[in-house]
Design a protein around this ligand. Structure first.
Ligand code: RP5
Length: 177
């Protein structure tokens, strides 16, 4: 993992690609500062992905077209982030049977509680795996996506174990002043 980490550059939004295994979509460019964490994590694990903006409300057609076509393009997991009346993950999930992970964005008005509730409270039958509000959720959505992919990819499973071991080592070795 150490070697992998040194290769990480600041994530940039990526264009749709035939090779992407994970798609990171978000309701607005204003979500990118948070969602970079997902993209950077996927990059760290060498997972091909794409990041782009689409909105359940402002571009409903784009969101449904994207979700309907994702599986045939080879996408295996979709991470969808939105804030406020955060319906993007739910709308995406309604149009695909791929696993959809929702990341609620921190909002000015209600600190992300609005985003959390509107992402997590899906009706039975259309699941969205909802992560924590903000950056921890973005990072964990990527790790969750990697865990899903790793079920059929031993190399990725190895990287995930290595990541956990390094994380544990860091905590065990933490010294306080
Ligand atoms: C949501 O509204 C977006 O996901 C974003 O979190 C929030 C605010 O969007 P902007 O007004 O900054 O574009 O749709």
């Amino acid at each position: 993992m150490a070697k992998l980490e040194s290769r990480v550059t600041r994530a940039r939004p990526t264009k749709p690609s035939a090779k992407s295994l994970v798609a990171v979509v978000m309701g607005s460019k204003s979500d990118w500062e948070t969602m970079r964490a997902a993209s950077e994590t996927l990059e760290k694990f060498g997972v091909a992905h794409e990041s782009r903006v689409m909105s359940a409300h402002r571009t409903p057609l784009l969101a449904s077209e994207f979700a309907s076509a994702a599986e045939s393009r080879g996408i295996e997991v979709i991470i969808a982030a939105a804030g406020g009346a955060a319906h993007l993950a739910g709308v995406i999930a309604a149009h695909t049977t791929l696993p959809v992970l929702g990341v609620p964005m921190k909002s000015d008005a209600l600190n992300g509680l609005d985003s959390l509730l509107s992402t997590v409270q899906m009706p039975a039958g259309i699941p969205v795996g909802t992560l924590a509000i903000g950056k921890p959720g973005a990072t964990n959505a990527a790790l969750f996506a990697i865990a899903i992919l790793a079920n059929g990819r031993p190399e990725l499973k190895g990287k995930l174990r290595e990541f956990r071991a390094e994380q544990e080592k860091k905590i065990r070795e933490t010294k306080l002043d």
